[in-house]
Design a protein around this ligand. Structure first.
Ligand code: SAH
Ligand code: SF4
Ligand code: F3S
Length: 444
């Protein structure tokens, strides 16, 4: 039996695409291996949002040349966001002559045919600039085989692409226009998941709050949440990512009122200075963001807020950066993903004249991480002694592992029979990122 090695980089959308790729490869009779040396097919599902992961792909691929020399029938493929950039694609073709197969984010369903051609000895390159939507509902992405990496919680796409064009960001260029799935397709998928024993879904989109806006029917993200909340047997609903500009009162009501929608909101702020936010084309000011946070917390006091922050955006002064620090202190996020600005070819900000020197960016990110770590530690320590609803998701070798509604991992002792159940756990200890506790009540 032929074996594939699949490496996934980037965000949850890529994670989920890899679940489809895995499903397709298994249906072709391939088996998966974790050992790259054992593979007959090495496939990298790539990310290009920052430069580092891209460089890593070139580094790894250079190493596989030796494998290919030892095993000439070995096929090497690259897919995902990186290949959607024309220049990058040409670069791969030139610098990595041992790569046999390149496809993009819009034609994953074509993998069986493309792979067959590569197996026949052809160097196959097929990347589409956009997904061809003939008409609503006629989406080739529906009904593909999916091999999910978890059996209790599942990723579900609700909206593809992004049309926001933040000036630093490559995603709109590599993922295409916003395109919402039809509500009935999503509901059918989630109902099927629940029937198969899944308890939790995470709804995916670069901007879930824009859900439905491109459809001809009258619907919205909050309406979708309301419909999903009614599915019997589903325990939890999560979603990512919310764009602050499109987060309206109806979503706040949904967070507050729908029992299955978990109290966690990932709300990327990117910067604390209104001047920088404007240059980023984010569509909100510092004050509007803070006001939104206040409204959300008023409606859902126990909510966990997490965020993404970029430091060293072109033109960011020390004063602007201080505003990011003060916003972080004011909001007190549960946690934050922090990034050094990475110029992406083809995006407006890469051409801005006032790029920030690398040492300044580094020094700023250290200060930001230090501050956020202190706040994160205070949040997690504050949970000791509280009782939390935990979905039992797996084992850690010694006991059980699960997550709180606010998306914190908890380790605790208990019988395997609790798997997939909601239990109440009293938190007894807090580490840097994870919690320890004891079950005080298995719920029905
Ligand atoms: N759609 C999401 C973000 C997807 S990309 C949103 O708008 O919230 C994930 C994160 O990567 C972004 O939130 C941003 O913080 C970061 N990012 C995107 N482009 C970047 C770049 N050129 N340099 C550094 N970080 C970047
Ligand atoms: Fe990128 Fe902005 Fe779209 Fe997020 S909303 S994917 S940061 S362009
Ligand atoms: Fe990266 Fe593509 Fe996601 S660029 S962040 S994998 S959409």
């Amino acid at each position: 039996m032929k074996k594939f090695f699949l490496k996934t980089m980037g965000c949850q959308m890529n994670d989920h695409d890899s679940e489809v790729i895995r499903g397709l490869l298994l249906s072709l009779g391939y088996a998966e291996t974790e050992e790259v040396e054992e593979a007959d097919l090495i496939l990298y599902n790539t990310c290009c949002v920052r430069e580092n992961p891209e460089r890593k792909v070139y580094g790894h691929m250079a190493g596989y040349k030796r494998l290919k020399e030892a095993k000439p029938h070995l096929l090497i493929g690259i897919c995902g966001c990186m290949t959607q950039q024309k220049e990058e694609r040409q670069n791969i073709l030139r610098e990595l002559p041992h790569v046999d197969l390149i496809f993009g984010t819009h034609n994953i369903h074509r993998l069986p045919e493309l792979l067959a051609r590569a197996e026949g000895g052809e160097r196959v390159v097929e990347v589409w600039d956009e997904a061809p939507y003939e008409e609503e509902g006629q989406d080739f992405r529906e009904n593909l085989p999916v091999e999910r990496s978890h059996r209790l919680k599942a990723f579900v796409n609700i909206i593809y692409g992004c049309t926001n064009f933040c000036t630093y960001c490559i995603v709109p260029y590599v993922r295409g226009k916003e395109h919402s799935r039809l509500p009935e397709s999503i509901l059918t998928e989630v109902e099927g998941l629940v029937e198969a024993g899944y308890k939790e879904v995470t709804l995916l989109g670069q901007n879930v709050n824009a859900y439905g806006k491109d459809l001809s029917i009258d619907t919205s993200f909050s309406q979708l949440l309301t419909e999903l909340n009614a599915i019997e047997g589903l325990a939890r609903i999560r979603f990512t990512t919310s764009h602050p500009r499109d987060l309206g009162p109806d979503l706040i009501d949904a967070l507050a009122g729908l029992d299955k929608v978990c109290e966690h909101l990932h709300l990327p702020v990117q910067a604390g200075s209104s001047r920088v936010l404007r240059r980023m084309n984010r569509g909100y000011t510092r004050e509007q963001y803070l006001d939104l946070v206040q409204k959300v917390r008023q409606a859902v006091p126990e909510i966990a807020l997490t965020t993404d922050i970029i430091v060293g955006f072109p033109g960011e002064t020390e004063g602007d950066f201080q505003e990011t620090l003060s916003l972080v202190e004011e909001v007190r996020f549960d946690s934050a993903f922090t990034f050094i600005y990475s110029p992406r070819e083809g995006t407006p900000a890469a051409r801005f004249a006032d790029q920030v020197p690398e040492e300044v960016k580094k020094e700023r990110i250290y200060r930001l991480i230090e501050l956020q770590n202190k706040i994160s530690a205070e949040h997690i320590q504050g949970l000791v002694g509280t009782k939390q609803e935990v979905l039992v998701e797996g084992t850690d070798g010694q006991g059980l592992v699960g997550r709180t509604r606010t998306n914190r991992q908890v380790h605790f002792a208990g019988s395997q029979e609790l798997m997939g159940e909601l239990v109440t756990v009293e938190i007894t200890e807090a580490g840097t990122w994870t919690l320890r506790g004891r079950v005080v009540q298995p719920q029905a």
